[in-house]
Write a protein that binds this ligand. Structure first.
Ligand code: ADE
Length: 230
């Protein structure tokens, strides 16, 4: 998979090298390229923002550098049209199901906005080059799209076959089956007077599986009732 990121703070993404995605990049499964939006400006100050038409607080990202960036990053792509993701608190919520959809795409482009947002015409233009999705990490406001894009890239990247060593560990995670994950324990069997639940030491695989399922349902009911059907 090829992932291009456009940002005015490209060094944010240095951190992705450290996690398991570093391995995916080294092995060639994931080709991540981070670009500075200012490389597509032409004035002396490398300006990327301007005041909003109609007035109001803050600055808006100018369309021209975005247009040039998108032209360049979509021009050499053979195969499928890219999916162009703009992290935004005004987007649809990014979920595990979204990560699964994106993990099978050949080419993702993340456009990270700052300030009060990006000129709306950029989204319209991007839609002529690929599939555009405005995606929110959740119902809170970050300073820009960078942290959100990093979270999305990690969530998608680890679903690409070969990135996570043991694919079974993906199946039993929170959100994969619509429920939160069951609790886990390791040795010692008693620690600070707290014992591991007996059933996990019983060797009875059927009983363990049902206990884990009950725990998943109970946790989801108390912590995330919104995930359960009415
Ligand atoms: N940019 C600012 N806030 C954001 C959020 N919650 N999700 C995605 N991108 C954002």
């Amino acid at each position: 998979m090829r992932v291009d990121v456009v940002s005015i703070f490209p060094s944010y993404f240095d951190g992705l090298e450290l996690s398991l995605l570093g391995k995916a990049r080294a092995s060639g499964i994931l080709e991540l390229r981070v670009h500075d939006l200012r490389d597509w400006t032409s004035d002396r100050h490398r300006t990327v923002d301007d005041t909003p038409y109609g007035g109001g607080a803050g600055m808006v990202m100018k369309p021209e550098p975005w247009g040039l960036a998108l032209d360049e990053l979509t021009s050499d792509a053979g195969g499928d049209a890219p999916t162009i993701i703009f992290p935004s608190p005004a987007g649809e919520v990014f979920r595990q199901a979204t990560a699964r959809q994106l993990a099978v795409r050949e080419h993702l482009i993340f456009g990270c906005g700052r300030y009060e947002g990006i000129d709306e015409r950029v989204f319209e233009y991007a839609a002529t080059l690929g599939e555009v999705r405005l995606m929110s990490l959740g119902d809170y406001v970050l300073n820009g799209g960078e942290v959100a894009a990093m979270a999305m890239i990690e969530a998608v990247g680890r679903l690409i076959p070969g990135v996570v060593g043991n694919p079974e560990s993906l199946v039993e995670e929170s959100h994969e089956d619509g429920l939160l994950e069951y609790p886990s324990y390791t040795k010692p069997s008693t620690w600070r007077e707290r014992a591991v639940p007996d059933v996990l030491l019983s060797g009875n695989h059927g009983a363990i599986a049902s206990w884990r399922r009950e725990q998943q349902i109970e946790r989801t009911r108390t912590r995330r009732p919104d995930l359960l059907p009415e």
